[in-house]
Design a protein around this ligand. Structure first.
Ligand SMILES: NC(=O)c1ccc[n+]([C@@H]2O[C@H](COP(=O)([O-])OP(=O)(O)OC[C@H]3O[C@@H](n4cnc5c(N)ncnc54)[C@H](O)[C@@H]3O)[C@@H](O)[C@H]2O)c1
Length: 311
């Protein structure tokens, strides 16, 4: 069979297929293809750390954001900055208390966010599943209950988030994008850290991505993982006045307190001579969400300053 014959045998999507099953519309500029204007994104773990930084990225890209977190209130400074940007640019930012391990809670919040988004004429477009927890225990001593707790939040919680976001998109008959936050620890075991449950959970998220990508691509729902390297210490760009000061995400702060020498070990693998900062993940997350990534599906985007590239 000739190549031409093979090509003519390929079944093209019908006209009724969701938009993102087609390539980007002709005439769309590269710049526009990264815009999230007219879209609403739910971000779990959006109460602080990486999640709230990615919320800022979505708003900067023109989108509206719903931050979901188990915290009763988001981090005050970052939230104030986010609200100020949203007000200045006419975007919507909302905060919802939600436990990602509780199906009823995540379903109720996702549905409410989608309803509000439709009313605001900026329909629900997808989610960033960023909520996660970390724990260090030597594997020989790891209590099964603790291991289960890590998997419950980092795996089942991420699955719940993706599932209820995908259900909204299916119900509304629209395409969308789901970004699951994994970690370079899903690919390698970090030297100096005893985090077998966390590392296992992050590897599971990568395989979850491939699994649901295989099921949901037909609906125009793209699913990808973003795997950050260590983001510590980080400069908080939301606070330009504070750029000379270093801040840490709560997760890495705890790790450092438990292992004061670990930063030196991490730096030894830092090919760019620095560790990551939460804002290093803003553009990669926006890319995966955007229509510019219309053909990026079931992939892992590792953003680790080259850490995993050398032993
Ligand atoms: N910081 C890093 O170096 C790094 C590196 C790789 C991957 N990550 C991943 O990035 C994500 C965010 O990490 P971070 O450093 O910002 O940590 P963080 O602890 O600052 O933020 C995690 C957020 O998740 C929320 N959360 C925890 N359990 C929840 C639940 N059951 N329901 C809803 N929300 C819940 C927390 O309240 C918190 O706001 C995590 O998935 C983490 O594994 C972080």
């Amino acid at each position: 069979m000739t190549v031409d014959a093979i090509v003519s045998d390929i079944e093209l999507p019908s006209n009724g297929a969701p938009e993102s099953q087609h390539s980007l519309a002709a005439g769309s500029t590269t710049h526009n293809s990264f815009s999230l204007t007219g879209k609403t994104i739910a971000i779990t773990g959006g109460g602080r750390g990486l999640g709230i930084t990615l919320a800022l990225a979505v708003v900067e890209a023109g989108g509206n954001v719903a931050c979901l977190d188990i915290l009763s209130e988001p981090s005050a400074y970052e939230w104030t900055s986010l609200l100020a940007l949203a007000k200045k640019t006419g975007r919507s930012v909302t905060y919802h208390r939600c436990d990602v391990t509780d199906e009823t809670s995540i379903e109720t919040v996702m549905d409410a966010v989608a309803r509000d988004a439709t009313a605001r004429q900026a329909p629900f477009w997808g989610t960033i599943a960023c909520a996660g927890i970390q724990q260090q225990v030597p594997a020989l001593d790891y209590p099964a209950a603790d291991f289960d707790r890590i998997l419950r939040v980092n795996v089942t919680g991420v699955f719940n988030t993706a599932k209820y976001a995908a259900r909204v998109l299916r119900r509304e008959g629209r395409p969308g994008s789901i970004v699951l936050i994994s970690s370079m620890s899903g690919n390698v075991a970090n030297r100096g850290l005893s985090c077998s449950a966390y590392n296992s959970s992050k590897a599971a998220v990568q395989q979850m991505c491939r699994s649901v990508a295989q099921e949901w691509g037909q609906y125009g729902i793209r699913v990808n993982t973003l795997s950050p390297g260590v983001s510590f210490p980080s400069v908080c760009l939301m606070a330009p006045a504070l750029t000379s000061q270093y801040i840490r995400t709560a997760m890495t702060d705890q790790l450092l307190q438990e292992n004061p020498d670990v930063e030196r070990t991490w730096m030894a693998g830092a090919l760019l001579g620095r560790l990551g900062a939460p804002e290093d993940f803003k553009a990669p997350a926006v890319f995966l969400l955007s229509e510019g990534a219309a053909f990026v599906h079931g992939s892992d985007l590792r953003v680790d300053g080259g850490h995993c590239a050398s032993a």
